[in-house]
Ligand binder design. Structure first.
Ligand SMILES: [Fe+2]
Length: 394
């Protein structure tokens, strides 16, 4: 039940809330005679669907000492059995669509479980290690070299392009409709910005130079006292990074992508480097048609890994996995965007204000969850997600 910051949630809450989604949007509507597991759960585990039910303040989730874990796991079993019954009753196509949405919703919470546990363990004075030992699978070169190679760039012609989901597979409402976009010629960095490179920005006074920052970003630096990415500490004089694999000396992970930076830090770094962040459409056009593979949750690494051979074959590396990439695009509806009907319309659409788009997934995103048209979004000061930096030019 640990909730280490207002933006994170306890693991027990994630378990209950993902069951709640199936009960609230599928079972209650489509399974005749469905019996609620507990008449308080519809509002207790509602996250933010105002048209569905009231809900407790998010920051109070750590106070849910009741129900206990056993009751939450029994809730899941109750919901699972009911979904089984519904599936055996030749349900209408809308039911199957909602179950697919529920599975994708749960994948999002699988990632949040890990980002929230990382935050909880970092906040714990004992700094527990979530995943001890060596990663199960090696991605790319994955040997921890002292520095990454020089940063190369891959050029793109731009012109009249298309963005948004196409084809038969699942997508969220915010990936539609597919539409045309115009892009000037551009280039993308062949890999993500590394921890070692970001340390140079810090050493060059990056956090003390107002000219590098957006106005709201400079305010955030002052307000939160930022002087490094989240989870960086320098108690012994040298920088260390805390990951799901425990405390890492910066020197050991200098070639791995920098993570847990806000949009403001990504933007300030790009300005310092004399470059910029890509728009979400530049990113999507570069990623379209490529296999959505990389250092994702299923690799077992659980932390960003160095790029193997950036820019080889004129393809940017690390497009999928490692870190979500902040883009310079505000999170808005595409032309002709229509949210889902009913309460589910609150899933994505109502957040289209004051947030920035991130692309590509992270080292804790389930591999089946990510695709080129996928749009993640967070407020620009957000740092607890695995969020990193890819530079763009021209
Ligand atoms: Fe949710």
């Amino acid at each position: 039940m640990v909730q280490s910051s207002p933006e994170t949630s306890p693991a027990k809450w994630h378990l209950a809330h993902t069951s709640w989604f199936f009960e609230s949007f599928i079972l209650r509507e489509f399974l005749p005679g469905y019996r609620l597991f507990n008449t308080d759960f519809p509002w207790l585990f509602n996250s933010y669907y105002r048209s569905f039910a009231a809900f407790p303040e998010k920051r109070l989730r750590s106070s849910f000492s009741r129900p206990g874990l056993e009751e939450v796991l029994n809730y899941r079993q109750h919901v699972d059995e009911a979904i089984d019954r519904l599936l055996q009753s030749s349900p209408e196509p809308e039911v199957l669509k909602r179950i697919e949405l529920g599975a994708n919703h749960e994948e999002q919470h699988q990632e949040l479980l890990l980002t929230d546990i990382l935050n909880a363990f970092f906040t714990n004075p004992l700094r527990p290690v979530y995943a001890a030992g060596q990663p199960e699978t090696k991605i790319g070169s994955s040997t921890r070299t002292e520095t990454a190679g020089p940063l190369g760039f891959v050029g793109f012609a731009g012109g009249l392009c298309e963005a948004g989901h196409s084809g038969e597979g699942f997508c969220f409402d915010n990936e539609l409709p597919r539409h045309r976009v115009w892009l000037e010629p551009y280039s993308l960095a062949a890999r993500l910005v590394t921890n070692g490179e970001f340390e140079e920005f810090i050493a060059d006074g990056g956090y003390r130079r107002s000219e590098l920052w957006l106005s709201a970003g400079w305010d955030a630096v002052q307000q939160y006292g930022w002087r490094a990415p989240l989870y960086w500490t320098s108690e012994s004089g040298d920088w260390s990074l805390f990951t799901l694999r425990g405390e890492q000396l910066l020197a050991r992970v200098a070639a791995a992508p920098v993570s847990h930076v806000s949009y403001f830090e990504a933007d300030a770094y790009a300005r310092w480097a004399g470059l910029r962040l890509a728009t979400e459409f530049e990113w999507e056009v570069a990623a379209a048609g490529r296999p959505a593979t990389g250092n994702l949750l299923d690799s077992g690494q659980m932390e960003p890994a160095p790029s193997a051979s950036p820019g080889k074959d004129q393809i940017p590396e690390q497009l999928f996995g490692d870190c979500w990439e902040w883009t310079a695009s505000a999170y808005l509806g595409y032309p002709g965007f229509r949210p889902l009907a009913g309460s589910l319309g609150e899933y994505n659409g109502k957040f289209m204000s004051g947030q920035m788009v991130l692309r590509g997934g992270s080292c804790v995103t389930p591999a089946t969850h990510i695709r080129a048209s996928y749009r993640n979004f967070f407020a620009p000061e957000t740092r607890w997600q695995f969020s990193g930096i890819r530079l763009a030019g021209m």
